[in-house]
Design a protein around this ligand. Structure first.
Ligand code: ES4
Ligand code: ZN
Length: 322
């Protein structure tokens, strides 16, 4: 079986960040919005560094206006994921981009996304779940509004709560109230940390937000006592190696710590983060892992089992996943 056909689970995918550039260009044209500044001549997204990436991301997202636009986005993203063998996917969705934190509007976006996900499941067999995410650089007040939306809609499809955005701004504890609200609503928790911040950012996410998964978390490797804590506590890392290499967190695939973390007993999974922005796909992640670390069928199987165990869905859903 080729690497593209191998069944895969993806736990860390930003929905708008997965939008194919041609899809965003098409919407911009329909709505007469000039987005030429965010594209290179070859049609890919243009950005200089992570903080600039976040602003290009927000500009691209600005053409996604209605619930119907989001339904079309889900359809486009799941078609692409299914073509790379993804059978189960968790995507970050944000009320900040979908109705501006108004619960009634949020529900409409959510229903449109769920309908599109149901259609994709019927057509391609791919299962999608949503993790409501607050955006760190939008601040704690917006995060509370997002947590309220998440708590109101917690259920079969919205199964988690998380935080993304600029790790350079604020501290995890500023968001503890929102995470407490989400936990009390029965949502599972994850937080971006240890991508731009060092080991302390991972400790803060664990101590202050009490998450069971960490988005990235790779810079924990700089503190072996923390690596041992992650292993002992069974914390799962949503590792996105291609994203890290493209953004310069590590200069080359061979220097990425995913294998070292795994060898020291940390539960690692593999995801793409924002695939067209980082010129990657799940197939490419697997190809590079094969090339850089000699991973083969047994390694990919183990990664999938780790992702299945850490997935934010119920046991009946897990039983359906190949
Ligand atoms: C992110 Cl706010 C946001 N969007 C997309 N990708 C991200 N990575 C970290 N924060
Ligand atoms: Zn991310």
């Amino acid at each position: 079986m080729s690497l593209s056909e191998l069944p895969k689970l993806e736990l860390h995918l930003h929905l708008e960040g997965a939008a194919p550039p041609a899809f965003i260009r098409g919407l911009a044209k329909e709505k007469s919005v000039d987005l030429s500044g965010i594209f290179r001549e070859d049609g890919s997204y243009a950005y200089r560094d992570f903080v600039h990436f976040l602003s290009v991301y927000e500009a691209a997202t600005s053409v996604l206006k209605s619930p119907e636009d989001y339904a079309r986005l889900v359809t486009a993203v799941l078609e692409e994921s299914a073509a790379h063998g993804v059978v189960y996917c968790e995507t970050f969705v944000s009320p900040d981009f979908c109705g501006g934190s108004d619960v009634g509007a949020w529900r409409e976006y959510l229903h449109a996304m769920q309908d599109a996900a149901d259609r994709a499941e019927a057509q391609h067999g791919i299962i999608l779940r949503g993790i409501v995410t607050c955006i760190r650089h939008f601040g704690p007040e917006k995060a509370k509004a997002s947590a309220r939306c998440a708590a109101e809609t917690a259920g079969d499809w919205i199964t988690g709560f998380g935080i993304a955005g600029d790790e350079g701004q604020g501290k995890p504890r500023d968001f503890a109230y929102s995470f407490d609200m989400a936990r009390e609503a029965g949502l599972r928790l994850t937080a971006h940390a240890g991508e731009w911040g060092g080991p302390q950012s991972v400790k803060d996410a664990l101590d202050d937000l009490k998450v069971e998964r960490i988005g990235h978390g790779v810079r924990a490797i700089e503190d072996l006592a923390l690596v041992d804590r992650l292993a002992e506590d069974g914390i799962t890392l949503e590792v996105c190696p291609g994203s890290n290499v493209t953004l310069g967190v590590y200069p080359k695939w061979d220097q990425h710590p995913i294998q070292k973390l795994r060898e020291r007993g940390v539960k690692v999974t593999v995801s793409t983060d924002d695939p067209p922005f980082f010129h990657t796909t799940m197939t490419r992640e697997y190809e590079e892992l094969e090339r850089a670390f000699g991973w083969g069928a047994a390694d990919f199987h183990e990664i999938s089992q780790t992702a299945l165990a850490a997935a934010f869905c119920d046991e009946d859903t897990k039983a359906k996943i190949a």
